[in-house]
Design a protein around this ligand. Structure first.
Ligand SMILES: [Zn+2]
Length: 444
């Protein structure tokens, strides 16, 4: 059965859809009944009877995942974090994979390999860089702070079916799949983010300049809406961490920056009425899922604490540097956050196959460096990055690695990776208009 059997693929998803067509080699699959109580009317579940499964849970990265849900994530000792500039966690979800799907289990290992190659791991940097070990899954209660319990239990129950049938499609957009390990591995991904929040907050209580956290996790999270999965995303990792930071650490005001090329609609929806969580998303205008318009600014008590900035296709380094200076920084300064969380998607890179912005390795270095400084200026340095998109393994890897260098305060190596010859002129007039419009709406 071919791709046209997918009932929902929004027109706005054009690029993603085309790439998907190109990459995908579907085998026969049949629609099965779905319990609407669990996923709601708009979700459906399919099985792929001959889909490929991969049950390897580990990569070359040093990680071990607990099989039991724990309440106390591993936190490095205060002594260890005093000198660290960076704490990261690796949760590659090796069993959550579908052959030829862009959101594949090659992604995190590719990043880890680049970090090794560029000598950005504890092996090369000693106490400057810490890799969190013994990651534990988030608890169902943690996930339920953002998602409907019916969705969580429905996904857990679907795992039996997944193990019998190989792969399930849990949402048409993307499409989003699940394998037999998806539930557990998605809990581990969210748990890694939570553990990094614990570590960074703990460090900030003992030093002025705590390390930045970076969750190298998948599946990604920012499209997952409160009642279900969406757009490759299963649980809203950054949203779960935001609620956790509030509940467990008493950090009332959370500022979320989402620079993935797609609108973080799931995070947007989770906090649309919440005045204490500011969600700021930059994304390519017209890209998947088509939400994130200028006038989506929050509702009720949360009116004004959602900022959406759709950028015209072709926007690149100059556009994003201006956006940081004129929108992100003043917005954060006005909000006065207690912690900054970042949905770090690398699919705005000029080489990424799913979109058409012109970010470069240098753009991501600038963002990492500036956001680190913003956190230092505004909230005691408390800041955790969460991996979202990024589907060209090379540009993804080097962009994350150069972000690591920014956190370490080292110079960018972007000129080694970026090729200015492939860039074309940014649509500066349209960018300027977009920035002016968002500044006007939000009185910046
Ligand atoms: Zn994306």
């Amino acid at each position: 059965m071919q791709l046209q059997t997918f009932p929902r693929c929004p027109p706005s998803e054009g690029n993603m859809f085309l790439v998907w067509r190109r990459l995908h080699k579907w085998k026969t699959h049949d629609r099965i009944d779905m319990d609407g109580k669990f996923f709601g009317d708009q979700f459906f579940l399919k099985n792929l009877t001959r889909g490929k499964r991969c049950f390897s849970r580990r990569t070359g990265a040093s990680i071990s995942c607990s099989n039991s849900i724990g309440k106390d994530p591993f936190i490095p000792s205060n002594e260890n974090v005093t000198n660290a500039k960076l704490i990261y966690a690796v949760a590659p979800a090796m069993g959550h994979n579908q052959e030829s799907h862009p959101e594949s289990n090659f992604r995190v290992p590719a990043i880890v390999n680049a970090l090794e190659k560029m000598e950005l791991t504890p092996k090369f940097r000693g106490s400057k860089i810490i890799e969190l070990q013994n990651l534990k899954p988030a608890s169902v209660d943690d996930i339920a702070s953002v998602h409907a319990r019916a969705y969580i239990s429905g996904l857990e129950k679907a795992m039996d079916q997944a193990s019998q049938q190989g792969i399930l499609f849990i949402d048409g957009s993307g499409p989003t799949y699940a394998t037999a390990t998806t539930f557990h591995e998605s809990l581990v991904a969210a748990g890694a983010g939570i553990a990094l929040v614990d570590s960074v907050v703990s460090a900030s209580e003992n030093c002025q300049d705590p390390p930045i956290g970076f969750a190298l996790i998948r599946p990604p999270g920012h499209h997952a809406i409160p009642k279900g999965p969406m757009g490759f995303c299963v649980f809203g990792n950054v949203a779960v961490a935001a609620r956790y930071a509030q509940r467990v650490h008493g950090l009332k005001r959370v500022f979320i920056i989402d620079f993935d090329v797609h609108h973080g609609n799931g995070t947007n929806d989770a906090f649309y009425n919440d005045p204490d969580i500011f969600f700021l998303s930059t994304h390519q205008d017209g890209s998947y899922p088509g939400t994130g318009k200028f006038d989506e600014v929050g509702h009720g008590d949360g009116e004004g604490t959602t900022l959406n900035l759709p950028l015209p296709g072709g926007s690149g380094d100059i556009a994003m540097a201006t956006v940081f200076d004129e929108v992100i920084a003043p917005c954060a300064q006005r909000f006065k956050p207690d912690i900054i969380l970042v949905s770090a998607g690398y699919d705005g890179h000029v080489l990424d196959p799913l979109a058409s912005l012109q970010f470069t390795t240098g753009t991501y270095y600038m963002l990492a460096s500036n956001i680190k400084q913003l956190a230092k200026d505004l909230c005691g340095g408390r800041c955790v990055f969460f991996l979202e998109g990024g589907y060209n393994l090379e540009s993804l890897s080097y962009s994350v690695a150069d972000s690591f260098r920014a956190f370490l305060g080292e110079r960018s190596l972007a000129s080694d990776f970026d090729n200015p010859a492939i860039l074309y002129e940014e649509p500066s007039t349209k960018v300027k208009q977009a920035i002016q419009r968002v500044k006007h709406i939000h009185s910046l």
